[in-house]
Design a protein around this ligand. Structure first.
Ligand code: SAM
Ligand code: DTB
Ligand code: SF4
Length: 330
């Protein structure tokens, strides 16, 4: 889609916009399902990069301690508990610039992926920059989706990160696409960007080929000690407009209402679901920051009549006999 087209959608009167995005959602997805994803920071802190929002950058005094990579056994144990709690997607995140084939840490991540894949959950990893070869190895180990966010518009990106470029992000995404893994790619709002910047970010996402399988929309969680620690919260109607525009522009993508839900009201989150968000991070902790408690989330989903989405089996159509029914109707 062009920026002009996205702007036209985004600027529609609010109720017309969410009515349209609701229709786009109902045309492509089962009405009441929300995907529950569990996040685990498998390697925390001490990152060489200077992403201005991130508590894990070694450049800022954020109070987050550097830790070593978790073992496959420990990771598997957390994944088992997540599955017991109803999560159908397990996402492992590592704080480093990237990791290469031949590095023992990469071998260890591959083993963790193999173990989580055996549990029947969708496996997502977010490991920073990736080469072509590493992408293929991750795919072969059982990764469903690779998360690598473009975070903001190409124009605003250098104001947020200087240790790598927007093009570096796109290069990694290209390697992921080539390997056959799905791309999970979105961004953060509330980092001093304009609403136009947000649409420019969405323009880039809508021009991916293939389209992203999921689009996380994070609201900045201002982390003490980072350059962005005093940014004001995002306006709820701007967030809902962005979710609705994303749903219309990328109807088959999972739109994940990601970081920052602790600063949203229940009513605000309900509007986000109505507008087309159909995935959340579930569990008390994101990577280093807080997430709403599991009990509160269960209560909210119950109140709204929403149920956890089954994992995508990767093979069978929605109406087949397959136990792990495909979530998407298309
Ligand atoms: N190091 C890897 C990378 O940069 O891709 C993976 C981990 S990184 C923490 C994953 C994503 O989390 C970032 O791209 C960003 O979109 C999101 N994120 C990190 N810190 C955040 C914050 N304080 N508020 C909102 N989103 C955040
Ligand atoms: C994404 O878009 N959001 C998640 C996940 N992908 C890896 C991370 C959110 C991190 C929030 C800040 C923290 O926990 O440190
Ligand atoms: Fe490192 Fe990722 Fe945080 Fe950037 S966002 S500082 S690359 S962990």
């Amino acid at each position: 889609m062009t920026l002009r087209e996205l702007q036209a959608i985004y600027e529609t009167p609010f109720f017309d916009l969410i009515a349209r995005s609701r229709k786009a959602y109902l045309d492509h997805w089962k009405k009441s399902e929300v995907q529950l994803c569990t996040l685990l920071s498998i390697k925390t802190g001490g990152c060489s990069e200077d992403c201005g929002y991130c508590a894990q950058s070694a450049r800022y005094n954020t109070g987050v301690e550097r830790e070593t990579l978790m073992s496959p056994e420990a990771i598997e144990a957390v994944a088992v508990r997540a599955r017991e709690n109803g999560s159908t997607r397990f996402c492992m995140g590592a704080a480093w610039k990237g990791v290469r084939n031949g590095d023992p840490r990469f071998e260890s991540v591959l083993e963790s992926v193999r173990r989580v894949a055996k549990l029947g959950m969708e496996v997502c990893v977010t490991l920073g920059q990736l080469g072509e070869k590493e992408a293929v190895q991750l795919k072969d180990a059982g990764v469903t989706a690779y998360n690598h966010n473009i975070d903001t518009s190409p124009e605003h990106y250098p104001n947020i990160v200087t240790t790598h470029t927007f093009q570096d992000r796109l290069d990694t995404i290209g390697h992921v696409q080539k390997s056959g893994m799905s791309v999970c790619c979105g961004g953060i709002i509330g980092m001093g960007e304009t609403e136009l910047d947000r649409l420019k970010m969405l323009e880039v996402l809508t021009n991916f080929d293939p389209a992203p399988e999921s689009v996380p929309i994070n609201c900045l969680m201002p982390m003490p000690g980072t350059p962005l620690d005093e940014q004001p919260p995002v306006d709820i109607f701007q967030l809902v407009r962005l979710i609705a525009t994303t749903r219309i522009a990328l109807p088959r993508a999972k739109v994940r209402l990601s970081a920052g839900r602790t600063r949203l009201t229940r009513e605000g989150q309900a509007l986000c679901f109505f507008a087309g968000a159909n995935s959340i991070f579930y569990g008390d902790k994101l990577l280093t920051a807080a997430n709403p408690g599991v009990d509160d989330d269960r209560a909210l989903l119950d109140e709204l009549g929403l149920t956890p989405q089954p994992p995508y089996c990767g093979e069978h159509p929605a109406d087949s006999e397959c136990g792990a029914a495909m979530a998407c109707l298309s």
